[in-house]
Design a protein around this ligand. Structure first.
Ligand SMILES: [Zn+2]
Ligand SMILES: [Zn+2]
Length: 315
């Protein structure tokens, strides 16, 4: 207990020191990369945690990672319109990470009259999915072009299927994809985004992954998924397989200890059978004493020489 409270105080002190404050008390906004958690949830249809989606703004690049349920509404909440998105990157093709795509793409196009296709990067199967989506919505796309005068090119998805390595470079921003271990879902990717000497790493969905540790080393901000289940869950339980696809708090602590990010943040929070976020944090902090935050929708991180955390105004 004593160790826990000391850890808490340490984390708080680090967080306070991470924020830069002017003499008049206002916060300095010196950042190279701004990261906003648009959705921190899972397939569960929760109001407080929308589907997985993370916005990364670096220099002049505006990049979206996964398009879970409600990502278009969250983008509107941060006052960013669809036509400002340079590219969408998918970690894998589980539906919770892509069900927001038709809304993002079609409603976004209709409202903004975006005139160029959306670049989509993703694993094998992404091209086929996009082709089927374009077929599924062919009637609407035709009508929007004819009746709403939406630019034809903006109604298209331009897909690149990726492998591990540097997959995107523009205006000084580099996106590196790396393979993670999401059980039977192969391939599944995490991403490292670099700009001006700073970086953020997104785990995607994964269980403990040595490859993630390798690619995440030295990063400023590590956003990692987490899953908690009862210790007594038996192999015959229908949800047992979920536990084989994700990372436990104890494993996450081990990852954070190896990566040593300036700040670790949980997103995509899987809680089985009534387990709680407090348990996740306590179990992690039992083995990891560095700065750690439980992510929330619309929480943002300005990464420069320090990291400034902003919580949504209603929290
Ligand atoms: Zn997921
Ligand atoms: Zn998944």
């Amino acid at each position: 207990m004593k160790q826990l409270s000391l850890t808490f105080i340490f984390s708080l002190l680090v967080l306070i020191s991470l924020a830069q404050v002017n003499k008049d008390g206002s916060q300095v906004n010196v950042s190279d990369i701004k990261v906003t958690l648009l959705g921190t949830g899972t397939p569960q249809p929760l109001m407080e945690r929308f589907g997985p989606s993370i916005l990364v703004q670096a220099g002049s690049e505006t990049l979206l990672f996964d398009a879970g349920r409600g990502c278009l509404q969250r983008l509107r909440q941060v006052k960013l319109e669809y036509d400002k998105i340079n590219a969408l990157f998918l970690t894998h093709l589980h539906s919770d990470h892509i069900v927001g795509l038709p809304d993002l793409w079609l409603t976004g196009w209709l409202i903004t009259k975006r005139a160029i296709p959306l670049k989509v990067f993703g694993p094998d199967g992404t091209k086929e999915m996009a082709e089927y989506l374009e077929k599924a919505f062919a009637y609407d796309i035709k009508i929007r072009v004819q009746d709403d005068k939406a630019p034809q090119e903006g109604g298209k998805l331009s897909v690149t299927e990726i492998e591990q390595g540097v997959i995107y470079e523009a205006n000084g921003v580099k996106v590196i994809a790396f393979e993670v271990d999401h059980g039977v879902v192969k391939p599944a990717f995490g991403y490292r985004i670099e700009y001006n000497g700073h970086s953020v790493v997104l785990s995607g969905d994964t269980k403990y992954s040595e490859n993630l540790i390798k690619f995440a080393k030295g990063t400023d901000l590590l956003i990692h998924e987490v899953m908690i289940a009862p210790d007594t869950l038996s192999k015959s339980d229908p949800r047992y397989n979920i536990t084989q696809h994700h990372t436990t708090p104890k494993q996450a602590a081990q990852i954070f200890n190896e990566v040593k990010p300036k700040l670790a943040v949980y997103s995509h929070i899987v809680k089985l059978y009534g387990r709680t976020e407090d348990e996740i944090m306590n179990r992690t902090k039992a083995d990891y004493s560095g700065p750690l935050i439980m992510g929330e929708d619309l929480m943002s991180f300005a990464i420069g020489d320090t990291i400034t955390v902003s919580r949504p105004p209603n929290k």
